[in-house]
Write a protein that binds this ligand. Sequence first.
Ligand code: GRF
Length: 240
Amino acid sequence: MQQQATKLAILISGHGSNMASLAAACRDEHWPAQVAVVIASRPDAPGIARAHELGLPVETLASAAFASREAFDAVLIERLDALEVDLVVLAGFMRILTDRFVRHFAGRLVNIHPSLLPAFTGLDTHARALAAGVRLHGATVHLVTPELDVGPIIAQAVVPVLDGDDAATLAARVLRLEHILLPRAVRWMVEGRVQAHSGRVVVEGIDEAQRLIFDSALPADFGQRAGGSVAGTFAGQARP
Ligand code: GRF
């Protein structure tokens, strides 16, 4: 008997470029999954039109219309349960979720955050990375736990911070890698490969190099220069 497709919900608040890259990978790579719904927390989110263009079922749940976080999350849970969603992906979803929501979807709730966690949780990560003077920055896909932007890390993408960068150029460099990182990690979730033990993730059957993506602006011999001990893949190139 054929395995039932995993039902994905993708939650967005803004442009939805991560939602689009995820939905495209699911379709083009023929995952055993389907996007059951895209839910936008803002009626003016440009991602809504993008989801329509991709032929995805899209709904708006305007958070501003709710008196409390609890009330919003209760309706969200109800809707996702009614659709029998298996896996919830936060793809640029600019809301803090209640403990109740996180517990309800424990182990099947994934977030992408634009920093190398645990550095720079919260907002304005690119400007804060620049202000801190870090030389490396990036993005993280992690399982969601009640504490904001903390939770077992599935995969990370690393970019250099260049001298001429401002928050916009740095954000664009990170976002390009987010579009590779998120589909990769969600696919492992769909395939049932992701296990968390004591806060650390193991991805069964996957070379650990796949869990770290380097921007091509980093020197091609980055891994060797670091003593050959950095296992990662370069964006746009397969690199064992
Ligand atoms: C991404 O950088 C995401 O990590 C962050 O907000 C941005 C959303 O971009 N939380 P998009 O809506 O996916 O285009």
